[in-house]
Each structure stands twice: as C-alpha cells, then as structure tokens.
Write a protein that binds this ligand. Structure first.
Ligand SMILES: NC(=O)c1ccc[n+]([C@@H]2O[C@H](COP(=O)([O-])OP(=O)(O)OC[C@H]3O[C@@H](n4cnc5c(N)ncnc54)[C@H](O)[C@@H]3O)[C@@H](O)[C@H]2O)c1
Ligand SMILES: [Zn+2]
Length: 355
C-alpha cells in the first residue's frame, strides 16, 4: 500500500512471517531502536547485531521524553554514516513517537523504517506521520510530522501481545468500521469473534482495511486542518478517560468507551437510531475489559481534562459525533457539547457496562 505525503510517497509492506526482521536489521548504516519486550520475545532476530547498533527502550510514557530522544540522537552520531544513516525502529506507538521525532530532527531528517509490533500501531498510528514526546505533565506536547520511508507489518507478531494491548488495538479497528457506515458495522459484527481469536487472515484483512480507510483522510488533509479531524471521532471522550484514570486504561480501549459516550449523545440529539447505537455497543463491549471503578471520578475532573485537550479551540466543547448513519457514516465536528451531555454520557456508559 502506498501513501502520498507532502514529504514523500511511502510504502506499507505486509510481511508473511517474522523472518523478514533478520534481513531488515542487517541493513548497513543503520541504528536499531527496539521495544524492550519485543527484544526479549524476538531475541533470535537481533543476535547478529553489534551492541553499539542496538538501542533497547522500555516502552513507557515516562520514557517518551526528550532525554530518550537525545540518547538515540547521540547513538546515531556515533555510526560512521551521517545523513545517509537509517533509523530502524521496532515496537508500538511509544517507540514510534520517540523514533519518528529523532529521525526528523537528526541531521534535519534521516531515513526511517518502522516495524509496528502492536495492533494499534499497525492498524492506525503507523501512517499519518505524527511524532510526539511528553513534556513535564503534558502528554504529546512536543511533536512534528515525519512519516517513515517504509513500514513493515507482520501480524504474526501480534500473537505475543497481552489481551489488554491486543484489545486496545481492536478499539481503533472497531472505530474505523463504525465510522464507515452500515457496511462497516455489518462487517465488524460478522468478524469480531475471529478478531478476538486473533485469526491471522481476519486480523490481516482488518489491518489492511483500517489503513485504507485512514489513508483517504490523511492524503487529503495531512496536517490535521479539516477532513482528518474526523478521525478524532470519540477521542475527546477517550482522551478524558485516559487522563482521569492516569493512563491505566490504554488508548484504544479509552477510544472504544469514548465511542459509546459519543453515540449516546448523538442518539439523544436524534442524529442516529437506537438500532445503530445498540449494534455498535454490542461490538464495543466485546473489546472493553476494564475495572469500571476507575471511572468513578468527579465530573470536574473529566471537564478539566477535556478543556486541556489540544482539540479544544474555544470555550464551548468540541467533539466529533456521528451526525447521520446511512450506507456511509457522516461525521461532524460540533462545538456545542455541554457539560450536562458529558455527565449524561459518562453515566450512560457506566450503567451499560455494569449491567
Ligand atoms: N503517532 C500517532 O499517530 C499516535 C496515534 C495513537 C497513539 N499514539 C501513541 O502511541 C502510544 C500507545 O501505543 P501502543 O498502544 O502501540 O502501545 P505501546 O507502544 O505503549 O506498547 C504497549 C505494550 O505492548 C508491548 N509490546 C509491543 N509489541 C509487542 C509484541 N509484539 N508482543 C508483546 N508485547 C509487545 C510494549 O512493550 C508495551 O508494554 C501512546 O503513547 C500514544 O500517545 C501515537
Ligand atoms: Zn486513537
């Protein structure tokens, strides 16, 4: 799959099995950055790499900071290649965010190859080119746009993900299908069991269709000025859930909860039918697995988190809601979400989940 970007055209390559990894990491003039868990699980692929060419990072939000980025920059300066150096990074969204930043700022941009090893990174974040670092208490405050030159996806690697991380990725897969309209909804209803069982063919098919869906938005609006904002469907609420639970609930799961909240508001506003709401909920509840007590926080905490979100542009609250549901789903960016609606949506979700 080829992605058009203002920077370059780049390619997503689907690999049959993890054998490709050995060849990839032996590329000359490269520095390899790998997620610590991935390194431990796939050690045999890294056996032949000299230690100075291998940088292992623990994938935590605490490490997604400029200090880690500078350590990697320093490593790159130590290999003989300069502007023709290649950074190869292997891991989930955390590794992607750090290494994309590094590849962008080192020598004003070096080659970058990314191997997403989480479902979330493979079905969603690996394309679109966003890089981010956390700064002090601000998540993703520092960032740039810098897509990789190549992305290699090998779904065999998702077998080692924990149930929690796999289901978080499924949250975004379900999101793309619900956004797509009637056909997408039917497709995800028919396949959610196979996805939960991690059936390789089904997982591959949905990673591919999720990226194809996202591709249309990022190619027309790479820098998040218009159409791409719609991909933030459910994210205003999801982001608030991540913040109030101090990231105990992972991103894709928070987005899945955010979808139930967003649709409860759409239904209350008379924008979508109860049939669409009920069917979406049934699929979403299959991928949400949380301790719902984590959500028992005062409304002010949710409101504070929403107001601080980058997506908020004015005093009134902005969110992306489904505004019409036909063969295609139509999404609208609305700027008039009220505090009462947020309160309603949180309680709606808790009641539904606890039933
Ligand atoms: N740049 C973007 O467009 C974008 C989009 C969405 C999210 N993000 C960022 O991505 C991050 C979340 O990323 P994520 O959900 O991919 O998770 P992650 O990178 O936090 O990884 C989750 C866990 O899975 C482990 N892991 C990774 N691959 C594995 C494998 N194959 N087998 C076993 N364990 C494995 C990691 O070690 C980690 O413990 C957040 O920091 C978020 O802000 C970025
Ligand atoms: Zn997301």
């Amino acid at each position: 799959m080829k992605i058009q970007s203002r920077f370059k055209e780049y390619e997503v390559i689907f690999e049959d099995n993890k054998v490709f990894l050995r060849d990839l990491v032996s590329k000359p003039n490269s520095e390899i950055v790998v997620d610590k868990n991935v390194y431990e699980l796939y050690k045999d692929c890294f056996e032949e790499i000299p230690s100075e060419r291998l940088f292992v990072v623990e994938a935590t939000e605490k490490n997604k900071v400029v200090d880690t980025a500078l350590d990697i920059c320093e490593r790159i300066t130590e290999i003989p290649a300069k502007r023709n150096a290649t950074l190869i990074s292997i891991g989930g969204g955390i590794i992607q965010d750090i290494t994309g930043f590094v590849a962008n700022v080192t020598y004003r941009g070096i080659n970058w190859i990314f191997v997403p090893t989480t479902l979330l990174a493979a079905c969603d974040s690996c394309i679109g080119g966003k890089t981010s670092l956390n700064y002090k208490k601000y998540k993703n405050l520092l960032g740039t746009f810098y897509p990789p030159d190549e992305i290699h996806i090998c779904s065999e690697m998702f077998h080692t993900l924990t149930e929690r991380d796999f289901k978080s990725g499924l949250g975004e897969v379900v999101k793309f299908n619900i956004m797509a309209g009637q056909n997408g909804l039917k497709n995800i209803e028919d396949n959610i069991e196979g996805l939960l069982e991690r059936k390789p063919q089904i997982v591959d098919q949905f990673v591919h269709s999720s990226l194809s869906f996202k591709k249309k938005f990022i190619e027309v609006d790479e820098f998040d000025k218009g159409e791409r904002i719609k991909l933030n469907f459910a994210h205003t609420f999801g982001h608030a859930i991540e913040v109030v639970t101090e990231y105990e609930i992972p991103h894709g799961t928070a987005v899945a909860i955010g979808m139930i909240m967003a649709n409860s508001i759409s239904e209350k506003r008379g924008l979508i039918s109860s049939d669409v709401v009920n069917r979406s909920e049934k699929v979403l509840l299959e991928v949400i697995d949380i301790d719902s007590n984590l959500l028992d926080k005062p409304l002010e905490e949710y409101m504070k988190a929403i107001r601080k979100d980058k997506k908020q542009v004015s005093e009134s609250l902005t969110a992306v809601l489904i505004s019409h549901y036909g063969e295609k789903g139509e999404l609208s960016v609305v700027h008039d979400v009220t505090e009462q609606e947020i309160d309603y949506a949180i309680n709606y979700f808790k009641k539904l989940y606890r039933a």
